[in-house]
Design a binder for this molecule. Structure first.
Ligand code: ZN
Length: 147
């Protein structure tokens, strides 16, 4: 099996059986995201502890790439604070948009998203969940400072 097939299988698997799918009750923050270019919609819920993501769930409907990307994201960001999440998104964004970006081993299954750069119209499908998480984290941080 070559790398492209492996990446495709990861995307198909996470689309068919999305991880951390559903609502989170109670939650500390949530945000909704919409990608009008494709029709993808999703909501991300967060529970925070000591400034880091303790638990995360998402729900929504969209194309295989948007669902798989959100599923992979929820597995990758637990235990991370906002700074670490944004740094990780920076690396994902490079994978999605730079033809010569090489996924390093620490990205794990997120490396599968590098397959999306062959379809530039789908980059927004893959990045929607990250923008939505960023919005939820901003509200979460605001909640923390008012405690
Ligand atoms: Zn899409």
């Amino acid at each position: 099996m070559d790398l492209k097939e492996l990446y495709r299988d990861v995307i198909l698997d996470h689309n068919k059986r999305p991880r951390n799918f559903g609502t989170l009750v109670p939650s500390d923050a949530h945000a909704e995201g919409h990608n009008p270019l494709c029709g993808d919609q999703l909501t991300v819920w967060l529970r925070m502890k000591d400034g880091a993501i303790e638990d995360i769930r998402f729900e929504g409907k969209g194309c295989a790439i948007s669902t798989a990307s959100a599923s992979l994201m929820t597995e990758a960001v637990k235990g991370k604070d906002r700074t670490a999440v944004m740094a990780l998104y920076g690396r994902i964004h490079a994978l999605l948009t730079q033809q010569d970006a090489v996924p390093d081993a620490s990205l794990g299954k997120l490396a599968a998203l590098s397959g999306v750069r062959e379809f530039p119209a789908r980059v927004k499908c893959a990045s929607l969940c990250w923008h939505t998480l960023g919005a939820a984290l901003e509200r979460g941080a605001a909640t923390v400072t008012t405690e």
